[in-house]
Every structure is written in C-alpha cells, then in structure tokens.
Design a protein around this ligand. Sequence first.
Ligand code: AMP
Ligand code: ZN
Length: 433
Amino acid sequence: MAWNKEFECMSLDDLQRFQLKKLNETISWLYEKVPPYRKKLDDAGIKPEGIKSLEKMQELPFTVKADLTGNYPFGLCAVPLKEVVRLHASSGTTGKPVTGPYTADDLEQWTECMARLVWAAGVREEDIFQNAFGHGLFTGGMGHHQGATRIGCTVVPTSSGMTERQILLMKDFGTTAIGCTPSYALTIAERAEEIGMPVKDLRVRVGLFGAEPWTLAMRSEIEERMGIKATNNYGLTELGGPGVAFECVEARDGMHINEDHFIAEIIDPITLQPLPLGEKGELVLTAVQRRAMPLLRFRTKDITSLTREKCPCGRTLVKMGRIVGRTDDMLIINGVNVFPSQIESLLKDIPEVEIQYLIVVRKKKHLDELNLKVEARREVYEAGPEKIAEIAKKIDDYIKGIMGIRVLVELAAPKTLKRSEGKAVRVIDERPK
Ligand code: AMP
Ligand code: ZN
C-alpha cells in the first residue's frame, strides 16, 4: 500500500491542527535561516514563533516569482549547499530560471507525495509504468520516477521524445500506465495511429497527465484515442514539482491537494483578499514541511477553485479544480479577456478539425487581431478551398457567438503544426510590449 491513510483521510480538525504546527515551525525556520524572509516577516509584524490560528494566514506576507528570480540562485535557500542533495530548475516561459533545491528529507517527502499520486491514479505493483515526462532538470520526470518506484511497479524511464520508439516499447513491454504532458499524449496517440499501432489496441489503461493546462475536451479526446482513463496532476518547481495535487481514478473530477504538506488558499488577484470555497481565483500555496526552500503564500498565478466535499475514494483532502487559466496568460483582445483554454474547448465542438492549434496575437493599427491556426482533418482539407473557407467561417462564427470576439481563422493542412513533446506552446503574442 502506498497511500497514507492517516493523512489522506484525516478529519478537518486534526488536519488544521497539524497544519498550524508545521506552518509555525516553518515560519521560525525561515525567520532564522533566510534573511529576505526575516525582513518580510518583520515588515508584516509576524513574530518568529508564528501565528495563533490558521485564520491569521492572511497576515502572512506573500511570496511572488520576483522574490525567487531576485534571489536567484540560492538567496532563498535555507540550508547550506552541502545539505542540498538535489537541484532542479524551471526555465519557466519568461527569463530567469527558478531554482528547486531539496534536502534529503525534502526528497523523501516528495517521493511520498508522488507515491500517493501514482497510487491514486490506480497504479499498482503489477503495472508497467512508462514515464514519458522529460527527465532532467524539469521536475516531472524524476518526480514520477520516484513515486512510481516507491509503489513498486515496473518503471520504464523513456523520458519524452522519440515517439515511435515510445510506441514500440509500449507494445513490447506491455505498458499499462503512461505518464506525460497531455499534449505529448496526443502526439503519441496520433503517431501510433499513423504507424498502424493505435494505443487503444495496446494494454495501456491509465494515463497520469499534468504539467500544463488542458481542457475537458482534450481529456475526452485523449481517452477516446488511447482507450484509457486519463487523470490530472498538478505541481510547480517552486513548491517542489508535481505531487502538490492529484486526481483519484475513482472520481477524476478535481485534484486532491496534499494538505499536510501544502496549505492552499484562493485569493482575488486584484484585491488579494481570500475567496471562499467554490469561488475561482488565484491559487496561493504555502509549503509547511520542506526545509531547503519552503515558501510562504506563494502566488502561483494559476486560476482555479477549491472544494471540500465527500469523495468516493474516501480521501478528505480538499480538491482543486482544473486550472482554467493563468493570470499572466489571459489575453486582453480589444478589451475582452480571453483564455486560450476557452478557445481550445470550443474547438472540440468542431468535428472537422483536430485539437492542434496556435494562437498568434498581433496589433493591426490600433486594434488587436487574434489569428487562430487550426489543423483541418484530412477529408476536409482534401475537399478543397471552398470547404476550407466554409469551416474557417464556421469556427469564427462559433467563437464570436460564444466569446464575443472575432477570430481570423486559418485552416492548416493536416500534420503541419508542430507537435509537442513536453509543454505545448499554444500562444504567440507579437504585440509590442
Ligand atoms: P513548472 O514549474 O515549469 O513545472 O511549471 C508549473 C506550472 O505548470 C504551474 O504553475 C501551472 O501553470 C502549470 N501546470 C502544472 N500542472 C498543471 C495541470 N495539471 N494543469 C494545468 N496547468 C498545470
Ligand atoms: Zn478522491
């Protein structure tokens, strides 16, 4: 058994008592070891011994990405480097990397959180787990490796890329579970069909997907094409990588947060005030057990909501919904707020195209112009220019009707958009900054 029933099914009272104790230990630790945090805590009037109750969380200072990049590489590290046994890093999409240092204990906790995740997806000792998350500095590969190894299943560390070989190994080894980004799962599904070895004819039954935004539409596409159950999981380098939250295969509607390790809050990103359960806002996370680089109230910029309801799996851990966008990838197109994920979910309703698309935003005179390149299915493309123009107009009208914005749709020839092997690039914003 690799789930921790004591913590995953804890009563709310016990959990909150535990969280408060660990939070206060972390506050004292940061106060003593990390000068920039000591300053932040002093400025906020927080004593090294911490706070009296979790309701006072709001008085703690936030941590933002700039705190990490400003202290790059080790300014927020709370232990000497000789106690750091692993360094991961995320290049992020913008500029300087974020450092992810771990002590031996941090690594052990990460493994535990990942084992819970892999177990909750239904993976067991007898499974063959193909780990197609990129191995290396990116936390996805090593994180899943550690968790799956802890479960005792057979781990195949393929890393991402070399898609045809992935498929051959999947067949030869009899892979039953696969882990990768959802966009790479689609790339694999498509290539497998092309080489006449559709994944649905193989033994794979469950997918562990995460590390990038994806819609329900994309989930059903992956499930249909691969003949599997797809689960979602979430994490970020700043909080130690994947293992922050994971779906249980029983419900597959929202990700349980490992709350004995991470305290989650949702705030309004403008007023910074906390929002109640069920309301969408920015996810804020506090790591309460890490020691190399615990962060207080880290503003993730990811938009979601929290729910605390009885789950069929028996876990009492709060659930976060799928990420509906990031405060920083929201596009403002002539004053209208647009999330790429909204466009993605609408494309699923157009049977003539694949969910392979690229959004390019440009400035034309004083107006923003949203160009959407989307791949036509072969039959549609081969039907000729009239059909292509008809479908492009259909998509434009459909998006206009629902989102209220005009989109310049270009139907691309089949298999011409670049396929993802890791995190997909869906948006290019060419407007002058
Ligand atoms: P990184 O630190 O480079 O692994 O990136 C972390 C970011 O990836 C998060 O802040 C999210 O924006 C995104 N991310 C990770 N997992 C998911 C997921 N399951 N759904 C949506 N976005 C995700
Ligand atoms: Zn559950």
